[in-house]
Design a protein around this ligand. Structure first.
Ligand code: ADE
Length: 249
């Protein structure tokens, strides 16, 4: 996977994604990240990339030509027109199924806006996907593109080790993760659940699944609609729901 980020702040992207699991994947050559400064494509002698909005109003608008120049350079380098994601609160809200779909691409371009946005004409010309990371407004598209790159990379084969992906799988059934404990076995008078110290793997597995179901019911009940549960687990969930409602007045 090769990510091409078009931005006015390339250091923010390379600095933010250069460490931990994503940094390791880059070192291993599993993913590639090119952060291009849109300002390098300014056609203005002062390297300006923004101007006043036609029709008046507050703020500045990023001009079409530098953005288009940066995009065309990517197309020339890779030899085809890739998907171009424009980060905007007006886009479709990012979710796990988008992650899995986008992880199949060979190249992805992320276009980061600033100021009051980007000239509509270049967006019409190059953007294939308008994506928001949630219903709030940030100062630019850099953090959203980093969030997306992090989430997508976890689905690129080889980025996660076997152990890391095994842990991830428990999320795939649409359940939240079970609680984790480490040493000491007692801290501030709180004991680690005895089953985890028993060494009985089947019981531990059952306990963890039940904790996941319970936690999902408490914190994100809407996820349970698409949860993958065995017959026994469905019965367990029904029992929990009955208990929950019998406690409410
Ligand atoms: N740019 C500003 N706010 C944003 C958001 N919530 N999602 C994506 N891009 C943005």
């Amino acid at each position: 996977m090769h990510y091409h980020v078009l931005t006015l702040f390339p250091e923010m992207i390379t600095g933010g994604l250069g460490t931990s699991i994503i940094g390791r994947a880059m070192e291993q050559g599993i993913i590639e990240l090119t952060a291009t400064n849109i300002r390098d494509y300014s056609t203005n002698k002062h390297m300006k990339v923004d101007d006043y909005p036609y029709g008046g109003g507050a703020g500045m608008v990023m001009q079409a030509e530098p953005v288009y120049g940066a995009y065309c350079d990517v197309v020339k380098k890779i030899g085809y027109k890739p998907r171009v994601i424009y980060l905007t609160p007006q886009g479709k809200v990012f979710n796990q199924s988008m992650v899995e779909e986008l992880a199949k691409e060979k190249d992805l371009v992320f276009l980061c806006g600033h100021y009051e946005g980007i000239d509509e004409r270049v967006l019409e010309e190059i953007v294939t996907d308008y994506v928001s990371i949630g219903d709030y407004v940030l100062t630019g598209g850099e953090l959203p593109s980093m969030v997306m790159i992090d989430a997508i990379s976890r689905f690129v084969p080889g980025v996660l080790s076997n152990e890391e992906s095994a842990q991830f799988e428990s999320f795939q059934d649409n359940l939240l993760e079970y609680p984790q404990y480490s040493r000491p076995a007692e801290w501030m008078g709180k004991r680690v659940p005895e089953v985890l110290l028993s060494g009985h793997h089947a019981n531990i597995e059952k306990w963890r699944r039940e904790q996941s179901i319970q936690r999902t019911l408490e914190r994100r009940p809407e996820l349970l609609e698409n949860a993958v549960l065995s017959k026994k687990e469905k019965n367990y969930l029904e029992k929990l729901k009955k208990e929950k409602y019998s406690h409410e007045c």
